[in-house]
Design a protein around this ligand. Structure first.
Ligand SMILES: Nc1nc2c(ncn2[C@@H]2O[C@H](COP(=O)(O)OP(=O)(O)OP(=O)(O)O)[C@@H](O)[C@H]2O)c(=O)[nH]1
Ligand SMILES: [Mg+2]
Length: 324
């Protein structure tokens, strides 16, 4: 029997596919269930939708701590970056050296038990780093994949001096993938709608202690999957390079607003995803300005204040004057 799906149902399905958080997925699923034509031809689909709803609810419960509080980290700054990895690899040490946060750091595994955020300054933006508890074969906090799924980028931290190498890294990748938070080098074109792949950089720590042969093993295994950066907290080697790589991988652009007849406000850039246009920028500045937008002038690259169209794609460090 044909399903005769309605445009409303198709729209809800598209929303589900585009959803980034479990909440968005749940809302879209509810809409799909509400709009799916109720007849024999869709019975199987209805059952599948209900099964997905149940699983989402189950995941939601799993993200909740024993005390009944969902463990979440409110996003702040231009982007949220999670630090994931096996025990004792140096996640908290990295948070401590790049931000003002003061996490517990110790030479034994499972020191960190709760997410800890800190703000990292990069040029004129700040980026939130979130230190997480370790992931190991015998333990992963049930709420952890939810936090990874909600982040803009992950740093997969690897201790090249670990005796478990590379199995401990594989455990992290496998457990997150099984929890629908696969760590990927590039976003795939097609994914299972339950998955929320997260763009990842591999960060090899303890460069001051690492042996060349261990680094080679890591390169052989992962260089084709992730960009690999080597750092040392002890010597600060590679830290500046890591900040730059992290910012670039986020693919964000900074845009400075300039009121007509006045200098640009260079104190606080607007941060937009790569590919966003003058219209998107106007929307961020003010709804009303976006609606009444006549034209814009842009300074940056070869432009020195020329008029541009609404669909002009903004570039990092452009100065924009909106005329409404
Ligand atoms: N020599 C050296 N030691 C480091 C470096 N980074 C971290 N360490 C040491 O490694 C140990 C573990 O560091 P942590 O930052 O607590 O590691 P973690 O990944 O947060 O550990 P868990 O919270 O248990 O998962 C500590 O003794 C750190 O001082 C480094 O670059 N060089
Ligand atoms: Mg830690």
């Amino acid at each position: 029997m044909p399903a005769n799906l309605t445009p409303q149902y198709r729209a809800a399905e598209a929303k589900f596919k585009a959803a980034h958080s479990p909440e968005e997925r749940r809302v879209a699923l509810e809409e799909m269930l509400a709009t799916i034509p109720k007849h024999k031809g869709t019975e199987k689909m209805q059952a599948e939708l209900k099964r997905r709803m149940a699983r989402l609810r189950h995941e939601e419960e799993a993200r909740t701590s024993k005390h009944g509080h969902a463990i979440k980290v409110e996003a702040e700054g231009a982007a949220q970056v999670v630090l994931v990895g096996p025990p004792n690899c140096g996640k908290s040490s990295l948070l401590a050296v790049l931000t003002h946060a003061e996490p517990a750091i110790a030479d034994y595994p499972f020191t960190t038990t709760r997410p800890q955020p800190g703000m990292m300054a990069f040029e004129d933006v700040s980026i939130q780093l979130v230190d997480l508890p370790p992931i190991a074969s015998q333990h992963m906090d049930p709420w952890l994949p939810g936090l990874v799924r909600g982040a803009d980028l992950a740093l997969l931290m690897v201790d090249p001096t670990s005796p478990e190498l590379p199995e401990d890294v594989e455990v992290v990748r496998e457990r997150l993938a099984a929890a629908h938070a696969p760590l990927v080098g590039e976003l795939p074109e097609d994914t299972d709608p339950r998955d929320n792949p997260i763009v990842t950089l591999m960060v090899v720590t303890k460069a001051d202690l690492a042996r060349e042969e261990d680094l080679k093993v890591l390169e052989e295994l992962y260089a084709s999957v992730y960009p690999i950066l080597r750092i040392s907290i002890a010597t600060h080697a590679g830290l500046e390079g890591l900040k730059v790589a992290l910012w670039r991988r986020l693919q964000l652009v900074r845009v400075y607003s300039k009121p007509p007849g006045k200098p640009a406000d260079k104190s606080a850039p607007f941060v937009l995803p790569h590919g966003h246009t003058v219209s998107d920028f106007a929307e961020r500045v003010h709804r009303e300005i976006a609606e009444k937008l006549q034209f814009a002038r842009v300074w940056g690259g070869k432009l020195e204040g020329q008029r541009v169209a609404r669909d002009f794609e903004l570039r990092d460090r452009d100065v924009v004057e909106l005329h409404a």
